[in-house]
Design a binder for this molecule. Structure first.
Ligand code: IPM
Ligand code: MG
Length: 383
């Protein structure tokens, strides 16, 4: 393809998108819905196994609203790498239709094809879903009480290098160019989410993370728009950091407990949240919310671990991450009490009491045993 044409196309696509974003400012109010439909997407590898445990816990916690017809579940199959590769689409059309018939989604991991592997050049299902449902805020909490760490990352989820990740251009055999997109409305909405969260949760400090000294246009814009939004929140202290030094400061014991809420463009957020989750016990322990105005999707942040399935070990896979995601889902749709119960039970079962241990192998507990333990703990908490 002529690269000038390719660039022109990208520019007009993004200009149209900016206009759409400017108009789309109204968020769904779950209280006004007659029935909230929760889609359960197993995904690939260990996904269906661990997601089933989270579903069982959600069904138990939402027993009453389900009986009253206020909540319903829908299991969505077909978001597997085999099916996606066969259709040549990141999300096959029929699966997308089912997804869009739900209000919120709980999703297991989906395999991301890599350049040159057997699945061909299809876009990541994660990225495609974030874009198609416009899930612009990727909210990732990390808590380590004994180190006084309580961070909430607000990673922008639809722009930066991810926006055009599959639309880069090979200019010649020797030259490839990718495109990075940052927009005013796209930055403003993630910044508002972060500041609103800070305001509503008693947080006193928000840190903006960029590399605006080097990436002057896009990161420059991100920083400028975040600072503008900050003016509406005079009670909150705001600082800005470059991503390299922030990566270092997250391991500085004197500094790290001072961070509270962090806002980042997509790729820096992707990287920093893996680092942060590692301190808490690894990506297997962290949950992640992907929030848009119309839809929201909650997911495990780890991969699909195909090797565990090949070796017949999926029943030993740790479901904590997707169960954490389920707790975030409950809070998002207005079931705060149930969300708190589940989060507390998770802390007891996987951090403080930890009567059973998951190792990923037959010498450890199964995911089903952990789910039973969590359910028992929830019951004992409500006595
Ligand atoms: C994440 C993951 C995804 C991302 C991958 C699986 C596409 O790393 O959710 O952080 O890069 O966003
Ligand atoms: Mg990641």
């Amino acid at each position: 393809m002529d690269y000038r044409k390719a660039f022109e196309e990208i520019v007009s696509q993004q200009l149209a998108r900016v206009e759409r974003l400017k108009k789309d400012t109204e968020a769904v109010d779950y209280k006004k819905l007659d029935c909230i439909r929760i889609g359960i997407i197993g995904g690939d590898g260990i996904g269906p196994a661990i997601t089933a445990h989270a579903q069982r816990i959600l069904e138990e916690l939402l027993k009453e609203p389900v009986k009253a017809g206020k909540v319903e579940f829908k299991v969505i199959d077909g978001l597997t790498i085999e099916n996606r590769a066969a259709c040549g689409k990141a999300i096959p059309d029929d699966v997308m239709e089912e997804i869009k018939s739900c209000h919120v989604l709980l999703k297991g991991p989906t395999t991301t094809p890599r350049k040159g592997d057997k699945w061909g050049n299809i876009e990541s299902a994660n990225v495609a879903m974030r874009k198609a449902l416009d899930l612009f805020a990727n909210v990732r909490p990390v808590k380590i009480p004994e180190d006084d760490i309580d961070w909430t990352f607000f990673r922008e989820n639809t722009e930066c290098l991810y926006a055009m990740g599959s639309q880069g251009v090979d200019i010649s055999d020797d030259l490839a160019i990718d495109f990075r997109v940052i927009t005013n409305p796209g930055t403003e909405r993630i910044a508002r989410q972060a500041f609103e969260y800070a305001k509503n949760n008693g947080k006193t400090r928000v840190s903006i993370v960029t590399k605006a000294n080097i990436v002057k246009k896009t990161d420059g814009k991100f920083l400028e728009v975040c600072k503008k939004v900050a003016e509406d929140y005079p009670g909150i202290e705001v600082d800005d950091w470059y991503i390299d030094i922030m990566t270092a400061k997250l391991i500085d014991p004197k500094r790290r407990s001072q961070f509270q809420v962090l806002i980042l463009p997509n790729l820096y957020g992707d990287i920093l949240t893996d680092e942060a989750a590692e301190f808490q016990g690894g990506v297997g322990t962290a949950g992640s919310a992907n929030i848009g105005n119309r839809y929201a999707m909650f997911e495990a942040i780890h991969g699909s671990a195909p090797r565990m399935v090949e070796e017949g070990r999926e029943m030993y896979a740790d479901p904590s991450s997707v169960i954490r995601a389920a707790a975030m889902l409950l809070s998002h749709i207005g079931y705060q009490k149930e969300s708190d119960q589940l989060a507390k039970a998770l802390d007891i079962c996987t951090v403080t009491e930890k009567k059973i241990q998951i190792t990923g192998k037959p010498d450890g507990a199964t995911g089903a045993q952990l789910a039973d333990y969590i359910l028992e703990t929830i019951r004992s908490l409500s006595l």
